[in-house]
Design a protein around this ligand. Structure first.
Ligand code: ZN
Length: 182
């Protein structure tokens, strides 16, 4: 599956980075092991506000509300669920508003789209340009893996073959450790 709304600036920065610091070689299993060993935790909420400002995002109340719902959630959630939770007196917000907010938050790299589930999660680190997502189909929890360095290597390999990648997405659906024992 290939998809990433951040493609234009991500590709450019990766290409520059790759030329100077990333050796051109294929992906190895150890790359993934290294990424899996890296502890991933969500930042404090205020850190996302300042990261968004640094990325040029204007913080409307709606955007802050949508971000907080995602920040509070321990599993991927979709626009309709967000609309319901933000609704006043049982009347949900219009999903179009939520989608606009999600797109802006995604462009600022504050949230990550879960393409195969049509949902979103908070980004553990807005500085990272490429995430792999491990999705448990039983408990619906997820683990995000920083694949920025691996994507840079992949881009370098593809560029060597005359291909310009605009979007890369890695999602693995299966069972987490806890759900395998049931
Ligand atoms: Zn699970």
């Amino acid at each position: 599956m290939l998809h990433d709304h951040h493609a234009p600036h991500a590709s450019q920065s990766h290409a520059q980075e790759a030329q100077t610091t990333i050796p051109s070689r294929p992906l190895h299993a150890s790359d993934i092991d290294e990424a899996l060993r890296t502890p991933i935790r969500a930042l404090p909420f205020e850190a996302y506000l300042s990261q968004g400002e640094a990325a040029g995002l204007r913080w409307s109340l709606h955007r802050q509300d949508v971000l907080r719902v995602l920040w509070d959630s321990d599993r991927p959630i979709g626009a309709y669920e967000i609309a319901q939770s933000l609704g006043a007196d049982g009347v949900p917000k219009h999903p179009t508003i939520i989608y606009r907010c999600l797109r802006a938050l995604e462009d600022a790299r504050l949230v990550i789209p879960v393409i195969s589930w049509k949902r979103f999660v908070i980004s553990p680190d807005p500085a990272a340009a490429c995430w792999g997502l491990l999705l448990c189909k039983h408990c619906r929890r997820h683990l995000a893996v920083d694949l920025t360095a691996q994507q840079a290597r992949l881009n370098t390999r593809l560029a060597g073959r005359g291909f310009q990648p605009r979007a890369v997405s890695v999602e693995a659906e299966g069972l987490c450790n806890a759900c395998q024992v049931h």
